[in-house]
Design a protein around this ligand. Structure first.
Ligand code: PMP
Length: 282
């Protein structure tokens, strides 16, 4: 499969970036994963507007709109156009002599490619989670490719045969290592408010909108770690995670939360999410 590096479609083994690329050297780059349902792009505007926000936050001048035809190209060129796929998109500040400040001159580069992803059947899955301390930096709202902390955290659950790591900061749950977290208690849905401590998940936003449409009670308030044992339902959201019901949450050697099947509120949201992504309604 070809990748698009700086407007040119080429074989991945032939695509080259400079060793002085700041994304490579310093993690001075951003990314997005944009889903395609049956070849139809979903929430493109939201993904591009998050990228725009992140570019502004890291003072990187880059025209996001010019990416649109390339994103569409990525799916058109793939074999999965009639099925589900996602586009990985990365923008780096580009090559410049290594410095700890942003260089005045550098030519940003972008990379994108599509990959097949199974966006069906998530409603039949159930994830098990591990709890760990949120060791990430203080700007988790910036979708940087510097995901070393996220990877270290996710690797802990992977090594234990679990599916994702839920992060605790100062006694509250922020989010997952690569997903947004939701808790249901007494028919009220809780999720961490937007800000520097979490990524503003696109799926999170869509789920919030679905909750409002469904008339479910929703609070953008952090859920305390100490309440996990008393949660009725837990689910995670993300572009590839979709709306994932949680069956178990482990902390050290204890099981804090257990649920044999997805709860009624998780179910409602999953159904509405399928409607929204497949039929573009609700
Ligand atoms: N939080 C983190 C830390 C993530 O990495 C992701 C996925 N990249 C999400 C939340 C979910 O975001 P989205 O719904 O935009 O995929």
């Amino acid at each position: 499969k070809e990748v698009c590096l700086n407007r040119i479609w080429q074989k991945p083994e032939e695509a080259k970036i400079s060793v002085f690329d700041r994304g490579f050297m310093l993690g001075d780059s951003l990314y997005e994963v944009i889903p395609f349902y049956e070849g139809r792009v979903f929430a493109l505007e939201e993904h591009l507007s998050r990228l725009k926000y992140c570019l502004k936050e890291i003072s990187l001048d880059f025209d996001v709109e010019m990416l649109i035809p390339y994103i569409e190209d990525a799916v058109r060129r793939s074999d999965y156009a009639s099925n589900d796929a996602a586009v990985y998109l990365q923008v780096s500040r580009g090559a410049a002599p290594r410095s700890h400040f942003f260089p005045e001159k550098s030519e940003p580069i972008f990379l994108l490619y599509s990959f097949p992803v199974n966006l069906r059947g998530f409603e039949n899955k159930h994830w098990k989670l591990l709890i760990s301390e949120d060791i990430r930096w203080h700007r988790c709202d910036i979708k940087t490719t510097s995901y070393l902390a996220n990877t270290m955290l996710n690797d802990k659950s992977y090594k234990l045969g679990l599916d994702e790591t839920l992060l605790v900061k100062e006694g509250i749950i922020t989010e997952g290592s690569h997903s947004s977290a939701f808790f249901v208690q007494d028919e009220i849905i809780y999720t961490h408010p937007e800000g520097h401590q979490i990524l503003s998940g696109i799926t999170r936003k869509i789920v919030l909108d679905l909750c409002r449409n469904l008339g479910l009670e929703l609070r953008e308030e952090a859920f305390p770690f100490s309440e996990i044992a008393y949660a009725d339902e837990v689910f995670l959201t993300g572009t590839t995670t979709q709306v994932m019901a949680i069956s178990e949450i482990q902390f050290q050697d204890n099981i804090l939360f257990q649920s044999s099947e997805p709860g009624p509120i998780t179910r409602k949201i999953q159904e509405a999410f399928i409607q929204r992504t497949r039929n573009l309604q609700v």
